[in-house]
Design a protein around this ligand. Structure first.
Ligand code: BMA
Length: 377
């Protein structure tokens, strides 16, 4: 009798230790949404794990159009150059709020939902930005009217109206489902470049307190009112010069999952860009470690007139950092005003060969790699 209970005691002990070890090894953590779906929790934890392997490469509007083409099934500028799709797909909801069938860059929302599903089913990650119009003036996101944020906060005269905009966002998100009926997890990145003065929600156009309230209201409305549990929230600035500046409008750990910044090289020299990017990534990683968040380069643009920019500039800096992903902005090509806009190479572009070297680097993660990672399990 004594013998049996001793044995069973040891069996239990072993089971207990094992259980603790397994949980510990998995290290599963919950994102800011404690009711997140299991795919969203898996993504959140796998994004962390992936930090030790390398960074995912992403591209805005990748499947919709590229330089010189539009809406060709399975086409992608990244795939034209490397034979592989990106690991991260960026999409944009600007003008969904005004019930337009197409976004501010003319991408039909219906097609976008399909593209989102395709990317997800291939194992890729979806991130969505929102250049929403100014709800006070009815003009664009670039209409920095002081008082706009105050007007849409609870108690403000545009608050109820603003909620109808969030309702449309929620309806769109609710339509994003995978083959098994599960919600497709999305990294939602509203109110981006929040320290710049060009958007109505940015910089001096509202106080830190107003911004924090807007952020918390948006998250709690989508999560608690609209019951969306497949979103991770990304807080992001533009270029910044100190930790204090970065955190000036940070709404608090309970409202954020991913932290990032946007950085465009424009006309600055490579050395300058390397130094700036390196410094900002170092600070971002410090903040991410302190706050237990996932760091990412939420938008970038480089000097693509330099044929070795990808390996000599971008990869050089990124190799010294642990960040989750980088997102190249859209390959719009020729625009009506005469501007030619693109941020990743297209077939025949002068950085294509170098981009293939970048693609082959151990540190970069594109579609083939990310599919193997099974991020949603
Ligand atoms: C900007 C440009 C614009 C576009 C906007 C929103 O950086 O690409 O052409 O309308 O992003 O996607």
């Amino acid at each position: 009798m004594i013998k049996t209970s001793r044995i069973s005691f040891f069996v239990w002990l072993i089971l207990l230790v094992n259980c603790f070890w397994v949980n510990h090894a998995i290290g599963s953590e919950l994102p800011s949404d404690k009711k997140a779906t299991k795919e969203t929790i898996a993504l959140y934890n796998n994004l962390r794990k992936l930090l030790t392997k390398g960074f995912m490469f992403g591209h805005q509007d990748d499947l919709a159009y590229g330089v010189g083409w539009k809406y060709q099934p399975n086409r992608s500028d990244i795939r034209d150059v490397t034979g592989d799709y990106p690991a991260i797909y960026g999409w944009e909801l600007g003008h969904l709020e005004i019930d337009s069938p197409v976004n501010l860059d003319s991408v039909p929302f219906k097609a976008m939902k399909q593209f989102i599903k395709e990317g997800y089913e291939r194992g890729g990650v979806i991130t969505i930005s929102w250049h929403l119009n100014n709800p006070l003036t009815g003009k664009t996101a670039w209409n920095p009217e002081t008082g706009t944020v105050a007007s849409i906060l609870p108690g403000g005269n545009k608050h109820e109206f603003f909620k109808t905009w969030l309702d449309r966002i929620a309806a769109f998100m609710n339509d994003l489902k995978g083959n098994h009926g599960e919600y497709i997890p999305v990294i939602f990145r509203p109110y981006h470049e929040l320290n710049g003065n060009w958007f109505w929600w940015g910089g001096k156009n509202c106080t830190p307190d107003e911004f924090k309230k807007l952020w918390a209201f948006t998250v709690s409305y989508l999560r608690d009112e609209k019951k969306l549990h497949h979103l991770l929230y990304a807080y992001n600035t533009d270029r910044y010069s100190s930790k204090e500046e970065y955190l000036e409008k940070y709404p608090g750990n309970e409202w954020v999952d991913i932290i990032g910044f946007d950085i465009y090289q424009r006309n600055s020299a490579n050395d300058r860009y390397i130094a700036d990017l390196d410094k900002m990534l170092t600070t971002l990683e410090e903040i991410a470690n302190e706050k237990n968040k996932i760091p990412a380069l939420t938008e970038f643009g480089g000097n693509l007139s330099d044929s070795t920019w990808w390996t000599n500039v971008f990869l050089k800096v990124l190799s010294g950092h642990k960040i989750s992903y980088v997102l190249g902005w859209r390959n719009a090509g020729g625009k009506p005003g005469g501007e030619f806009e693109y941020y990743v190479p297209y077939k025949g572009h002068l950085t294509s060969d170098d981009f293939v070297k970048f693609y082959r680097s151990e540190r970069t993660i594109f579609q083939h790699d990310v599919t193997n990672e099974k991020l949603y399990q």
